[in-house]
Design a binder for this molecule. Structure first.
Ligand SMILES: [Fe+2]
Length: 97
C-alpha cells in the first residue's frame, strides 16, 4: 500500500482500493480532509480554522470507522475484532489531544 505525495498534495491511489465503492469513497474523503488540514497548516490558517478542520476530520473518521466495521462484518472479515481495537485506540489517542 502506498500513499503518493505529489505537488504537496496527499493523493488516494487505485492501489489503496478495497474493492468497495462506498469504502473507497470514504477513504478518498478522508484523504481530502487530511489534505485540507495539511494545507491549512501550510497556509498559516487561523487556529480557529485549524480546529474546525481537525474536528471535522475526527468526526468523519468516527463515522467512517463505524461504516467500515459494519462492512467488514458483512464480509466476514476474519480479523474484525483486532481491527476494531485499532480503530478504538486511534480514536482514543486523537481524543486525548
Ligand atoms: Fe478505513
Amino acid at each position: 500500500m502506498t500513499v503518493e505525495k505529489q505537488n504537496e498534495q496527499i493523493i488516494w491511489t487505485d492501489d489503496l482500493s478495497v474493492n468497495s465503492t462506498v469504502i473507497d469513497n470514504e477513504h478518498k474523503q478522508l484523504f481530502a480532509l487530511i489534505d485540507n488540514f495539511y494545507k491549512g497548516i501550510k497556509d498559516n490558517s487561523p487556529k480557529k480554522r485549524l480546529e474546525e478542520l481537525i474536528l471535522g476530520l475526527v468526526d468523519y473518521t468516527k463515522t467512517h470507522f463505524a461504516n467500515e466495521e459494519e462492512y467488514m462484518a458483512r464480509m466476514n472479515y476474519p480479523n474484525l475484532s483486532e481491527h476494531k481495537e485499532l480503530h478504538q485506540s486511534f480514536v482514543a489517542k486523537v481524543s486525548s489531544y
